[in-house]
Write a protein that binds this ligand. Structure first.
Ligand code: ADP
Ligand code: ZN
Length: 188
């Protein structure tokens, strides 16, 4: 971002597959905002209890405090009047109303940081991320490393579990893979 918006809020989306560094990038941006003496507030879906109830934790064990919420509308209820930066991790776990919530916060002057999976384990767009990406001023798409061949990886392959779209897990259930290895896993 060369020219920083002035006098308005905006939405930044950080997306990619699992293990691509979305949470690390979110935490990096939050730390820099704190260094700039901005007030930050972080939310996460209550369904994601993998590592901590009250923190956002990256796979490299970087962490920051976060408020768990059950629904998108709770974000609006809990957001503090003086929060300059509102961050939401694992946004794909929220219902469609998270889009209007982020839009409203940004229009009201907040910087909104949203991180989440852009595709599900079948590599289909993972609502509501596409809607957030379309409305955002800035979109950063990250890639992981394919654990099968070393290529850049844009897919999250489910290696155990069922067929529900939402099944929370980490290396126990998912592998970051490239396009080719994802296809090979399904045709094997
Ligand atoms: P995300 O939020 O996208 O799931 P995280 O920010 O939690 O990602 O974790 C990123 C970190 O995960 C990397 O810096 C690296 O230490 C670790 N990691 C584990 N497996 C992989 C992989 N296959 N590709 C890239 N990074 C990986
Ligand atoms: Zn591969």
């Amino acid at each position: 971002m060369v020219v920083q918006p002035n006098g308005t809020g905006w939405i930044e989306v950080i997306c990619g597959p699992m293990f691509s560094g979305k949470t690390e990038e979110l935490i990096r941006r939050l730390r820099r905002a704190e260094i700039a003496k901005q007030k930050v507030q972080v939310f996460k879906p209550a369904i994601d209890r993998r590592y901590s109830e009250s923190e956002v934790v990256s796979h490299s064990d970087q962490r920051t405090r976060a408020v768990p919420v059950d629904t998108a509308s709770r974000v609006l209820e809990l957001v503090q009047g003086d929060a300059d930066v509102v961050a939401i991790d694992e946004a794909q776990f929220f219902d469609a109303s998270i889009v209007a919530v982020c839009d409203r916060l940004a229009t009201a002057g907040r910087r909104v940081l949203v991180a989440g999976l852009d595709t599900d384990y079948r590599s289909e767009p993972f609502d509501p991320m596409p809607q957030l990406m379309a409305r955002a001023e800035y979109v950063t798409k990250l890639l992981a490393i394919c654990v099968r061949c070393g290529n850049p990886a844009n897919r999250s392959l489910r290696v155990s579990g069922g067929q529900d779209r939402v099944e929370v897990g980490a290396t126990d259930r998912y592998e970051a893979v490239c396009r080719r290895c994802h296809r090979d896993a399904y045709t094997a």
